[in-house]
Ligand binder design. Structure first.
Ligand SMILES: Cc1cc2nc3c(=O)[nH]c(=O)nc-3n(C[C@H](O)[C@H](O)[C@H](O)COP(=O)(O)OP(=O)(O)OC[C@H]3O[C@@H](n4cnc5c(N)ncnc54)[C@H](O)[C@@H]3O)c2cc1C
Length: 395
């Protein structure tokens, strides 16, 4: 069987796997990236779009931020809407100048794939039957099938960057995993429309018919979400019904509402919070969605994945440069600390803005009181702003 040799075998070419491979390359560390989907599928998968300051800083400092700097849309604030009015939260003013940048996850992935190809280091798409093995010892292996041929990678470490449905977490015996999970009784119906964004900043709306979010992808493309049942079928949502519901939930008393246009992409996502502990099993490290999922309300998933691999790349660099395992040993605990803070924030944003199907009149009044407090208290707004723009990545 053909055996490849590398230092770090990376499973998954999402943002986590690609960024890890890129950071390792910059530090002279060899890696092989294995991805079970095609290059086109990975690039075209529409998902996140809000980058924390830390993610923008990481992309810029690692030399893959040129297009992001040109085309990304920096937002200094967001709006929180309820009772027919938008309330502005000036995040930059509240956090000493930190902001978010709107730049599609697929653009991030496109930039990272281009950098990987330029580096000349291996990136295998459409591989099958990926099997991480032997990570409790010192010589891990990753088996896979490519073009019908079984192959193996011998490596020092395996990075499980293969998302929530990946194989790395599954390859760990269940009795070594501590799983913390919460499913929410709603999902998001998301659309992309050819429509000029009608606001320069995002609008999060708590409406009696359910949550809605106005966002954007570019100066010509509006991104909109509305709360729906988690098992809702897209067939039940013809375009006209989507626009009617969005108008109801997002039109404000002052007449503001999203511009409308042709819908060219739509999908429904369930919402869950999930964490697995620890994030290290011998020489297997989990990063990104393979280890944790947050509901998208706080816009944290992609950013947490970037924070994980930034830390993991620093730990591996230290190991290869000095033999020190300090960074590797603290990786799981430090990543979980950031993860749980993001979990708390995402849960808080979600419960404050959505209307659960079994909501009581008391719950609704309490939710409105929380929103009222939020938009009238500098302390509460600062707390939201700090969490939304994210703290600096530690490594
Ligand atoms: C609708 C939606 C909106 C979102 N909005 C935001 C947002 O605004 N901000 C934010 O920060 N986050 C957001 N997220 C979350 C964000 O998209 C994820 O957190 C992010 O993709 C995580 O990156 P990752 O690399 O860890 O995992 P993934 O992107 O899932 O990448 C994992 C990769 O591994 C591959 N893979 C899986 N199994 C195998 C296998 N067996 N062998 C080889 N390869 C495998 C997959 O094909 C995939 O390419 C959103 C998510 C959704 C669904």
């Amino acid at each position: 069987m053909p055996v490849l040799r590398t230092q770090v075998a990376i499973v998954g070419a999402g943002p986590a796997g690609l960024m890890l491979g890129h950071l390792l390359h910059l530090r002279g560390i060899d890696s092989v990236i294995l991805e079970n989907r095609s290059r086109e599928y990975v690039i075209e998968r529409v998902r996140a779009g809000v980058l924390e300051q830390g993610t923008v800083d990481l992309m810029t400092s690692s030399g893959v931020g040129d297009r992001l700097q040109r085309e990304g849309m920096r937002h200094d604030g967001i709006y929180i809407a309820f009772d027919g009015a938008r309330h502005h939260i000036d995040m930059a003013a509240l956090t000493g100048g930190r902001a978010i940048t709107v730049y599609g996850q697929n653009e991030v992935v496109k930039d990272l794939i281009a950098a990987r190809i330029e580096s000349g280091r291996p990136l295998h798409f459409e591989v099958e039957q990926v099997r991480p093995q032997g990570f409790d010892g010192t010589s891990p292996l990753v088996g896979f099938v490519e073009n019908g041929e079984r192959r193996e990678i011998a490596c020092d470490f395996i990075a499980g960057c293969d998302g929530f449905h990946g194989v790395c977490r599954e390859s760990v015996p269940a009795d070594r995993l501590n799983v913390y999970e919460r499913e929410y009784p709603f999902g998001w119906l998301g659309i992309l429309a050819h429509a000029r964004p009608s606001s320069a900043e995002l609008v999060y709306s708590n409406h009696r018919r359910g949550f809605a979010l106005f966002s954007m992808r570019s100066p010509q493309v509006t991104r909109l979400y509305l709360q729906c049942a988690p098992d809702e079928s897209l067939d039940a949502w013809p375009d006209e019904r989507i626009w009617t519901e969005l108008r109801l939930r997002l039109e404000m008393a002052d007449g503001w509402r999203p511009n409308e246009g042709e819908i060219f992409q739509k999908g429904i996502t369930g919402m869950r919070s999930f964490v697995v502990e620890p994030m290290r099993f011998g020489r297997l490290f989990l990063a990104g969605d393979a280890a944790h999922i947050v509901p998208p309300t706080g816009a944290k998933g992609l950013n947490l994945a970037m924070a994980d691999v930034s830390r993991l790349a620093a730990a591996l660099t230290r190991y290869y440069e000095s033999g020190s395992e300090i960074g590797l040993d603290s990786y799981s605990e430090a990543s979980l600390r950031r993860t749980w803070r993001a979990q708390r924030f995402s849960w808080w944003m979600t419960t404050m803005l959505h209307r659960p199907p079994d909501e009581s009149a008391f719950d609704h009044k309490r939710q409105l009181a929380e929103l009222d407090y939020l938009v009238n208290s500098r302390a509460a707004m600062t707390s939201l702003a700090e969490n939304y723009v994210g703290t600096a990545f530690e490594d």
